[in-house]
Ligand binder design. Structure first.
Ligand code: AMP
Ligand code: GLY
Length: 426
């Protein structure tokens, strides 16, 4: 099969690698891809949000299947557009993608189907905000309704802060958000649970925990993710049952009832408190960097899984996982998530002799005159598998030291929860 993969992050590099390893794949296009995907596939640098141009490219390259990595094209209706033009594509339709594209939409489903989540109020103006403030305690979380590249959520400790942040959103700080959601602050431990879904059934697709804050000890602003590990030991069998019954099943039913069934990857972002799951957010795609720690553990042909999903035959296949743990640490450009400098040379990668259990997944990288340079905030995902998180992390540190990239930084405490806690066999 000829496959096109949309996106350019670490998530797309590991997806590309797994597609490449499949017996079923022939030519692979990455649109636009990065320096990592350039080595194993053909990168095509076009604006994938220009759907007509995308369709032309897909037809020219006789693509049999399109895999969509990031959320923006899904929320903007890429799947509906390509399906209309008889192109097979993996990912949710535009309506279902509102689970991520609109916090107010997601919360309205929670309310209707009694899904456990933070108490909330969708506000269209300052008056709504003030009304909710009278009934709640601090801290409070303010969320812009639409996509905001991870920058739309603020945890506020005072009324003044809430009014300021709300005002900015109403004034149009995030173009796609004319409204906002105010919600109670949930205490607990965060974890992410993944599924792959077709119109008839769904299958577990891994669990992970990531570190969203830029600084060690979870300090500083939110980022796309500074590192992750899989599996997440906090997700036990009993909790998993609750996640499925209280959260996943009613959500999938809600979309079926609207005649817009969900298909694709579903990322369930959770807060766990006293062994009870609360839904924080849905993402309609794999996580980044969670994908980089889940896919190295996959023991079934990924293209076979995509095919089964597209044909609504997920219930006919078995998805196997390696009994391994996996961790990734993100090497970022100095300044991230604020201002960064691009085009900084990354010299030492070719000197590395990686063992079979270690991988470097590229994110913001590209080649200029055959030289590898940085091209974004998150640059490389240094990833390793093993049986103990502590040893895996030590191994990753060694690789990062060898790369010795002076323009970068990384968190040295990724996995602190699983390394400190006495979970069995960690
Ligand atoms: P979201 O974009 O909704 O996932 O929010 C980004 C991050 O903000 C989450 O991963 C949490 O760390 C934090 N967060 C969001 N909502 C809440 C909440 N209600 N209580 C506590 N933390 C939250
Ligand atoms: N790592 C968080 C996300 O992919 O949304």
């Amino acid at each position: 099969m000829n496959i096109a993969l949309i996106g350019s992050g670490g998530r797309e590099h590991v997806l590309c690698q797994k597609i490449c390893e499949s017996k079923l794949s022939k030519n692979i296009l990455c649109i636009p891809g990065n320096a990592g995907t350039a080595k194993i596939a053909k990168n095509i640098d076009i604006d994938f949000l220009n759907f007509k141009l995308l369709l032309k490219t897909i037809k020219n390259h006789k693509i049999d299947l399109v895999i969509v990595g990031p959320e923006e094209p899904l929320v903007k209706g890429m799947v509906d557009f390509l399906n209309k033009h008889k192109v097979k594509v993996f990912g949710p339709n535009k309506y279902a993608a509102k689970l991520e594209g609109s916090k107010a939409f997601m919360k309205s489903i929670c309310k209707r189907y009694k899904i456990p989540t933070a108490k909330f109020k969708t506000c269209k103006n300052k008056k709504d905000v003030i009304k909710f403030l009278k009934k709640t305690q601090f801290p409070l979380v303010v969320k812009a309704d639409g996509l905001a590249a991870g920058k739309g959520v603020t945890i506020c400790k005072t009324k003044k802060e809430i009014l300021n942040v709300s005002n900015e959103i109403f004034k149009g700080k995030f173009k796609t958000s004319k409204k906002l959601v105010l919600e109670e602050f949930l205490k607990g431990e965060e974890a992410s649970y993944f599924l792959i879904v077709d119109k008839k059934s769904y299958k577990f697709f891994g669990s992970a925990q990531d570190h969203k804050r830029v600084g060690e000890r979870e300090k500083g602003p939110n980022t796309g993710g500074m590192g992750a590990y899989s599996p997440a030991p906090i997700i036990n069998k009993n909790l998993e049952k609750k996640i499925i019954n209280k959260i996943v099943k009613p959500t999938l039913l809600a979309l079926k009832n609207k005649k817009k069934p969900y298909t694709g990857f579903l990322y369930v972002g959770l807060m766990i408190k006293n062994n009870e799951p609360y839904l924080i957010e849905y993402n309609v795609r794999m996580g980044d960097p969670e994908c980089q720690v889940i896919l190295p553990r996959l023991n079934t042909d990924l293209v076979k899984i995509f095919n089964a999903t597209i044909n609504n035959k997920l219930n006919k296949i078995k998805i196997n996982w390696k009994r391994l743990k996996c961790m990734t640490i993100v090497l970022c450009s100095k300044g991230y998530p604020g201002k960064i400098k691009k085009n900084k040379l990354i010299k030492n990668i070719d000197k590395l002799k990686l063992m079979k259990n270690s991988f470097i997944f590229h994110a913001g990288t590209k080649f200029i005159n055959n030289k590898l340079v940085s091209n974004g905030g998150r640059v490389l995902n240094i990833t390793s598998t093993g049986s103990m998180y502590k040893k895996i992390r030590t191994n990753i540190f060694k690789i990062i030291k060898t790369i010795n990239w002076k323009h970068g930084f990384y968190r040295k405490d990724i996995g602190w929860r699983v390394i400190k806690k006495t979970y069995a066999n960690n």
